[in-house]
Design a protein around this ligand. Structure first.
Ligand code: HEC
Length: 190
């Protein structure tokens, strides 16, 4: 019973991350499988922070606000800021991979695409809702596997906050629109 349960849990996890068959060892994982797994963790952590912290304490219990100016306002950082702080922390710790939340219409100019492949990938996920983008790029003499995952307006408030923000270059986001994407990059030389 025990083993049956855990096996079906493994199959469910494999299906979620799009793994066809369980790899024999970690060395058999493709770059795509690795970025897909990283993305599941990032996406889940972001939802947990949004739901269990921001929505609960700010929207429901009204104990504390969430604010872009969280330091001055003594408030909670926005989910996108938490995500960026995590990405910056990872960049300080390892060169094995890097990630960011980017958009063709960023509120924070730091979140604009910088490479041709990032632009292509962000456009692809806007044009092909529900699909991810995978590619390879060469930057500064290094080759990278780069994956781009859609970031969707899952709630009305995603669109309304962005549309009304003073720094937004776009003010017609609607529910379910792809607003940007998570870019995960792994160097393939080493
Ligand atoms: C209360 C306002 C607010 C809400 C709600 C909000 N955002 Fe944002 N979002 C921001 C701000 C401000 C930034 C810039 C954060 C930074 O400094 O990196 C941002 C950043 C982003 C970015 C990176 C590109 C950019 O615009 O800088 C994406 C993509 C994004 N948000 C998507 C979403 C999605 C999807 C939701 C809903 C699940 C959402 N946002 C909810 C304010 C908001």
């Amino acid at each position: 019973m025990q083993s049956k349960l855990s096996k079906s849990a493994m199959v469910a996890a494999a299906l979620t991350i799009g793994v066809q068959a369980a790899p024999a060892s970690a060395e058999d994982l493709s770059y795509q499988q690795v970025t897909d797994m990283l993305h599941v963790v990032m996406d889940t952590d972001r939802s947990v922070y949004t739901k269990n912290v921001v929505a609960r304490l700010a929207a429901k219990e009204k104990v504390i606000k969430a604010s872009e100016y969280f330091e001055d306002d003594k408030a909670l950082p926005l989910p996108a800021q938490m995500f960026r702080f995590g990405a910056e922390g990872v960049a300080d710790k390892t060169d094995a991979f890097s990630y960011s939340l980017l958009s063709l219409w960023p509120i924070n100019k730091q979140n604009a695409p910088k490479t041709d492949l990032e632009k292509e990938g962000l456009q692809f996920i806007v044009d092909n809702p529900g699909e991810n983008f995978y590619g390879e790029e060469e930057l500064g003499g290094e080759t990278y596997f780069t994956a781009v995952y859609p970031d969707v307006a899952v709630a009305e408030v995603c669109a309304s906050c962005h549309n009304g923000h003073k720094d937004t270059p776009r003010d017609d986001f609607e529910l379910d629109d792809v607003m940007g994407g998570v870019v995960i990059r792994i160097p393939t030389d080493s």
